[in-house]
Write a protein that binds this ligand. Structure first.
Ligand code: IPE
Ligand code: IPE
Ligand code: MG
Length: 256
């Protein structure tokens, strides 16, 4: 299912990131620039979601995590929150068929129980319908907060220790990772934030320890597959050292 457009775009198809995470930011500013209300920006932004999901699937990227609504976003005006929830439900309904056709499995990362009943029901239905799709996983981070996620993990691990199921000295990094919403998934290799903000805003704090970070000034509704491909090309030029030194470089710095 790889499109020619991508194959000829200079990308090394064997060195693509396995997991891409995106902080989709800038919908409000996009609308403001056009003297429209913020909801119009969110509507346009949801079309970009479709474009980028399709691009990832065509490339063969295995995991795409999209930050759609944070735990802090509940503090926005009620009207904006309900518009976002309405759009979210609309997206789930309209995309379900497409997710099936593309073999994409939907997962939700976050506090599902906080979502309005109808949205939660629709999300559960789409998760269930797509659960046997294995070509790609689309994680929607909804009512997601990394600190909340880590707090929940700590609580779950503490309960296991208290119940005598786990010894405190056996807690390791994997124990923590296994209790996060992303349990069983690889960490993101590439983290993109649109709209020019240089912050993580409580997104995947644990999982992004070694993610390559790219910030673009483009506002999310204007983000295109061409720019996404450009970021992937730049990602492939990065030297990911994971704290080590280059393999062919001796420790004393002298040439081999
Ligand atoms: C991102 O766009 C979408 C959500 C956070 C839900 P914003 O709504 O944050 O847009 P800006 O940052 O105000 O432009
Ligand atoms: C982060 O964007 C959350 C999402 C993209 C869903 P925000 O717009 O909420 O973050 P801040 O306020 O700029 O940090
Ligand atoms: Mg924002």
């Amino acid at each position: 299912m790889k499109s020619d457009a991508f194959v000829t775009s200079g990308l090394d198809m064997d060195r693509l990131p396995v997991h891409v995470a995106i902080i989709m930011d800038g919908n409000g500013r996009w609308a403001k620039k056009r003297l429209k209300n913020r909801v119009t920006g969110h509507e346009k932004g949801s079309r970009t979601v479709r474009t980028i999901v399709t691009a990832c699937r065509e490339l063969g990227i295995q995991y795409l995590t999209l930050y759609a609504f944070s735990t802090e976003n509940w503090a926005r005006p009620k009207s904006e929150v309900s518009a976002l929830m309405r759009l979210l439900k609309k997206f789930l309904v309209s995309e379900q068929q497409d997710l099936m056709e593309k073999g994409i499995c939907l997962q939700v990362l976050g506090q599902m129980e906080k979502l309005p009943e109808d949205v939660r029901k629709q999300a559960l239905e789409t998760i269930d319908a797509t659960r046997n799709n294995h070509d790609m996983t689309l994680n929607l981070a909804l009512s997601y907060g990394s600190r909340q996620e880590i707090t929940d993990a700590v609580q779950a691990v503490a309960q296991k220790v208290a119940a005598g199921e786990l010894a405190a000295e056996d807690i390791c990094e994997k124990t923590v990772a296994d209790h996060l919403y992303t349990s069983g998934m690889p960490d993101p290799d590439l983290l993109i934030r649109t709209s020019g903000e240089f912050r993580l805003s409580n997104f995947l704090l644990w999982q992004s320890a070694y993610a390559e970070i790219f910030v673009t000034h483009t506002l999310w509704p204007d983000f295109t597959r061409e720019e996404f491909t450009e970021i992937l090309t730049n990602y492939q030029k990065r030297d990911r050292r994971f704290g080590r030194v280059e393999c062919n470089m001796p420790s004393d710095g002298s040439p081999q």
